[in-house]
Design a protein around this ligand. Structure first.
Ligand code: SD4
Length: 290
């Protein structure tokens, strides 16, 4: 029998799930757990796909996408935002303190600064060097990504059984200026329905966007599929539409109201963190391309 509270996240991010778990143990909401858990990875300069230290676009700018969704179906997001370390927290403020749900670019940054967030340079020396190196060939291949630190998508159920989720990323390295991925787009990188469950994504955002993956998974669970079956079907949709699936990775994780979890991806190498029953573990995720 699955137990609650619980937290799951994309990739091997034990410190992030540990933080979220700690917040849940204090009896706080899943929403608080999500924000604080995601912040751990955003502040980790070694993770080159999230927050500070994220790899830049092809012009050397680190641009961040993040969103958060709560039990009431409220949603807040920022896309293509620069110079702010914690986009997940800005997303929460967009949700709670503005009449809007999604702020982009300089508008998002302006809003963040206006409510007290500090502007900081997010391009670390390591990421700047990696970009300089990339510029020598400028070869753009946003392919199979099997790093341990990556876009973080996180789903949590609190002691009351309420579900929230968040997703935060610096997007694809060396993307075109202005490119926005799936991570902060409702229904694609993340979707929560407190009656049913939640889902979140990592990998090539364009493919997730075209199939509205996270919404699809939640709707499949509503129709009775387990989180595992729903993730598999969502990956199946991408496989069917994209003959070049051998060249890119997409991974989904999901949880239902009962606390059952599932995950599936295209290629070997994706993992999921799960903190449940006092155990914080990184589990290998089953994959399509065997
Ligand atoms: C994006 N889905 O911007 C994100 C990137 C990612 O593993 O998850 N990379 O498309």
């Amino acid at each position: 029998v699955p137990t609650k509270p619980l937290v799951i996240a994309t990739w091997n991010v034990p410190n992030a799930t540990a933080k979220a778990w700690e917040v849940l143990q204090e009896g706080k909401s899943a929403l608080d757990a999500i924000e604080q858990g995601c912040m751990i990875e955003e502040a980790n300069a070694e993770g080159q796909s999230v927050g500070i230290g994220g790899l830049p676009d092809r012009d050397g700018r680190v641009t961040l996408d993040a969103c958060i969704m709560n039990k009431g179906g409220d949603y807040g997001a920022v896309v293509c935002m620069q110079n702010i370390v914690h986009p997940i927290s800005v997303a929460r403020k967009v949700m709670q303190d503005t009449p809007h749900v999604l702020l982009a670019g300089t508008g998002a940054e302006q809003f963040a600064v206006s409510i007290g967030f500090k502007r900081e340079n997010l391009l670390t020396e390591a990421s700047r060097k990696a970009w300089e190196e990339w510029k020598k060939t400028s070869e753009y291949k946003p392919i199979i990504n099997i790093e341990n630190h990556d876009t973080i998508g996180m789903l949590a159920i609190d002691k009351n059984g309420d579900i929230s989720g968040g997703c935060t990323t610096s997007g694809l390295a060396y993307k075109m200026a202005g490119r926005v991925g799936d991570s902060a787009i409702i229904g694609s990188g993340l979707f929560i329905d407190n009656e049913v469950g939640g889902a979140t994504a990592t990998g090539l955002g364009e493919e997730v966007l075209k199939t509205v993956g996270s919404f699809l998974i939640v709707e499949l669970m509503r129709q009775g599929k387990s989180p595992q079956q729903a993730c598999e079907e969502a990956i199946g949709r991408i496989i069917k539409k994209s003959p070049d699936f051998k060249d890119f990775q997409v991974g989904y994780i999901a949880v239902n109201k009962k606390g059952e979890t599932g995950a599936y991806c295209i290629h070997e190498g994706f993992t999921m963190m799960r903190y449940q029953d006092n155990v914080n573990e990184n589990v290998a995720v089953d994959f399509y391309n065997k």
